[in-house]
Design a protein around this ligand. Structure first.
Ligand SMILES: [Zn+2]
Length: 308
């Protein structure tokens, strides 16, 4: 996952506004698209032609002003493949209105998917599932967080062992799903002897602009990596409440309540020349907290399993 923008509404010389790109086994998902996101994609060497899915949490400028520019560039470059956009339904009118006024059109299909106020699966393929969930922000339409979760992979057959036990080819599919093999003589050969466990599936959640609500922890239980907005520090908790944002400490409380493995803070107010000042207050609650900067790349590691 590459951070393209770690700041909030006002970009600074070092911090662009919200955007990040997630690479799940060479599927590239763009999450939010602030102004100049296309510059950031180039700057940080992201193969942006591979982005086929864009998720926009809500239509505040610092989360989507870069979309028209990015899509226009792709159009100029002759992109052909479909682009799927998951956002507030009104984004379609907005973008199409802009294009109409410019007497222009995208040369590739743009397919809009409206976000709802319900927790729901909005994208799924063979490898990954994306779920959106509603948050609480100063915005009349749904404001959504996103959860990316890899699917469980099949077990890998151990060729030497299946040969040794003469397992029929027709049974291989059951082995991959974890079943034990019973020989014609009635002997049970445990699945663990015949297969190797796949790498554990990984998960990542993006929790955008929101008031702190402990119940939001339910959406992101146990994820490997949680990105949470931390616009303000503890001394500005009243301001955070007034502007429907969270503090670093609140983000840490949510991470703790959800039992996530690691917490990443971003969406910092431009008032912090160095948002590292927010780190101690978060780490006091949730030690595995990290601050992100534009261009940072975070790996979501697979957790070790008990067996294999
Ligand atoms: Zn924002």
């Amino acid at each position: 996952m590459t951070i393209l923008g770690s700041g909030s509404s006002v970009p600074t010389a070092n911090r662009n506004s919200a955007a990040q790109v997630l690479n799940v086994l060479e599927r590239y998902f763009l999450v939010d698209c602030a102004e100049a996101t296309q510059h950031q994609l180039r700057r940080f060497h992201v193969p942006y032609n591979k982005i086929n899915h864009i998720f926009i949490s809500h239509l505040h400028g610092d989360h989507f002003f870069g979309l028209i520019g990015f899509l226009s560039t792709l159009s100029l470059q002759g992109r052909r493949g479909e682009m799927h956009i998951y956002a507030d339904a009104r984004l379609q009118d907005l973008l199409e209105g802009q294009m109409k006024i410019m007497h222009s059109r995208f040369v590739f299909p743009v397919i809009f998917h409206a976000l709802s106020r319900q927790e729901e699966v909005i994208y799924e393929d063979r490898v990954v599932t994306v779920t959106s969930f509603p948050l609480k922000h100063r915005y009349e339409a749904p404001v959504c967080g996103f959860l990316f979760r890899e699917k469980e992979r099949e077990r890998t057959i151990r060729k030497d062992m299946v040969t040794a036990w003469n397992v029929p080819v027709a049974f291989m599919q059951y082995l991959k799903m974890g079943e034990d093999y019973i020989t014609p003589e009635g002997e049970i050969i445990s699945n663990q002897r015949l297969t190797v466990a796949p790498p554990p599936s990984r998960s990542y959640a993006y929790l955008t602009d929101t008031l702190y609500r402990e119940r939001f922890a339910d959406y992101v239980q146990g994820v490997d990596l949680l990105y949470h907005e931390a616009t303000y520090g503890k001394e500005d908790e009243a301001l955070a409440k007034e502007t429907f944002h969270s503090t670093a400490e609140q983000a840490a409380r949510l991470a703790q309540a959800a039992g996530v493995k690691k917490l990443l803070l971003g969406h910092f107010s431009a008032r912090y020349a160095d948002p590292a000042v927010l780190l101690p207050e978060a780490q006091a609650v949730f030690p595995a907290t990290f601050i992100c900067s534009d261009g940072d790349v975070f790996e979501v590691p697979a957790q070790k399993r008990w067996s294999n």
